[in-house]
Ligand binder design. Structure first.
Ligand SMILES: Cc1cc2nc3c(=O)[nH]c(=O)nc-3n(C[C@H](O)[C@H](O)[C@H](O)COP(=O)(O)OP(=O)(O)OC[C@H]3O[C@@H](n4cnc5c(N)ncnc54)[C@H](O)[C@@H]3O)c2cc1C
Length: 443
């Protein structure tokens, strides 16, 4: 194993967190992960596993030993009959989707991008959208973790169930996840329907849209009246060719995703950053330029889009019935901000689950994600948003900007104390701690 005392600085994708780990390790097998944890303990260092650095918070940051798991990847076992697939934790979602596709399998739901590592995405409660579906962690069947003493613990709903309930969305606080067994589904095709709709109509029909589609979400530019509504529905395997729209041709995919949504939108953002006065107008322009598209594609090619324009983001889960209130308040708040907002708001939904620190624990949830273009001021906007979602017991995404601490979070999570107890049992010395965990979980 390469264990290097180099002085590389770690930096996340959004540039909102940096760290200078005392040690970098790149284990290539489970024994090397365990050795890295033991060696760090012997040197009095804390340990953080690194994902792809796509959290906006400093959840992955460490001044101790940083474990780069990019040499610990791939599927180790797959049963195509049951859909159970065991995956090494450093595998990116992109690589996983490709491997699953080769097996005729797929993840039942995914978020917007696929560059995260599997363990990184799971550990912060990454989710996609779908009123009948939970976040990615609800697809976990079993986990293996390297604990603080270097031992390996296997857990599932029937074996060490409390560790399992905590570690599925564990913030990296319980140990280093070495493998994840996922319950996958047979590969499926989605019919994607994306079209502009007045945001007032979307809100009026919200329950029907959320409940009537497998995957429903909308984007709304906060100065505009239009939303872009995305409805993705499973196409029955037997659907005859010709009865559903074809995939987007490669040129159109390139034009719409790369040119319009990345290069074109990036250019508008740069203009807005140089001339903030223009932002509300640019925002209205982006909103009015929304157009419809309908196509069918393999599921992961519909869920995932390239995101090359950098931004900062905050996202909260609120009880589904509170969405209208939050959007109405945001609509009132945004025009009053001193610094205009360049990016759209994204609304998604998820089913209730039973994972202790899942943002959808015990309640049907709506997710509201707000963004600001990189380099533009965002603090007032995010503070105002936080005050609005606080009125409806909003829970922050663990990987996105928020200011909540353990005292506030205890009140939001019925099993928060259980999580802290299981953590204290699994990691009594706080080997896997960092400053972010001290804030959100307490000492
Ligand atoms: C452009 C963009 C789009 C996004 N889209 C979505 C979305 O659609 N839905 C959504 O919910 N979120 C989304 N996110 C947030 C993102 O999914 C999460 O922040 C996720 O945690 C990032 O994964 P990562 O691999 O980069 O992990 P990192 O950010 O590097 O790490 C996250 C946490 O996982 C821990 N960790 C990593 N590996 C292990 C391991 N083996 N064992 C234990 N702990 C480990 C780290 O220590 C850290 O605590 C998006 C982020 C960006 C930048």
């Amino acid at each position: 194993m390469k264990a290097a005392a180099d002085h590389r600085v770690w930096r996340n994708w959004a540039g909102t967190a940096t760290a200078a780990p005392a040690r970098w390790c790149r284990p290539g097998n489970q024994a090397e992960i365990a050795a890295a944890v033991r060696d760090a303990a012997a040197s009095g260092l804390t340990v953080r596993a690194l994902g792809s650095g796509h959290s906006f918070t400093a959840v992955a940051a460490t001044s101790g030993a940083a474990l780069d798991l990019s040499a610990w990847t791939g599927i180790t076992a797959a049963d195509t009959r049951t859909g159970l697939v065991t995956v090494r934790s450093g595998t990116t979602l992109r690589a996983l989707n490709a491997e699953l596709s080769g097996l005729g399998l797929a993840m039942a739901n995914l978020g917007d991008i696929d560059v995260q590592t599997l363990a990184g995405a799971l550990s912060t409660g990454t989710h996609g959208t779908g009123a009948r579906l939970g976040g990615l962690a609800t697809q976990i069947e079993a986990l293996e973790l390297v604990l603080a003493d270097g031992s390996v613990a296997a857990c599932s709903a029937t074996s060490r169930p409390e560790l399992f309930a905590a570690a599925r969305v564990g913030l990296g606080a319980l140990g280093v996840i070495s493998t994840v067994t996922l319950r996958c589904v047979p590969a499926f095709t989605l019919l994607a329907d994306e079209r502009p709709m007045p945001v007032d109509e979307v809100l009026e029909q919200f329950d029907a849209l959320a409940g009537g589609n497998d995957h429903f979400e909308f984007y709304w530019f906060p100065y505009g009246r239009n939303a872009l509504v995305k409805r993705n529905n499973r196409v029955p395997g037997a659907a005859a060719a010709g009865s559903v729209p074809p995939p987007l041709p490669a040129w159109r995919r390139f034009w719409e995703y790369e040119v319009m949504e990345n290069a074109g939108f990036g250019a508008l953002c740069r203009l807005g950053r140089a001339r903030p006065r223009l932002i509300p107008g640019l925002n209205k322009f982006s909103s009015s330029a929304l157009s419809a598209r309908t196509y069918t594609e393999t599921s992961h090619r519909v869920f995932v889009t390239p995101r090359r324009v950098r931004f900062t983001e905050s996202e909260y889960a609120v009880p589904r019935e509170s969405l209208g209130h939050v959007v109405a308040e945001l609509r009132r708040a945004v025009p009053r901000l001193a610094d205009p907002v360049m990016f759209p708001v994204e609304i998604r939904v998820a089913a209730a689950d039973d994972i202790w620190l899942s943002t959808a624990y015990g309640r049907e949830s709506a997710y509201i994600a707000i963004h600001q273009y990189t380099g533009l001021p965002y603090q007032d906007y995010f503070d105002r948003f936080e005050a609005i979602v606080a009125e409806v017991a909003g829970r922050p995404h663990w990987g996105k900007m928020h200011s909540l601490d353990a005292a506030r979070l205890t009140a939001l999570y019925p099993r928060f104390e259980d999580f802290r107890r299981v953590r204290a049992e699994a990691d009594p010395e706080g080997r896997f701690g960092n400053a972010y965990l001290t804030r959100v979980l307490g000492d």
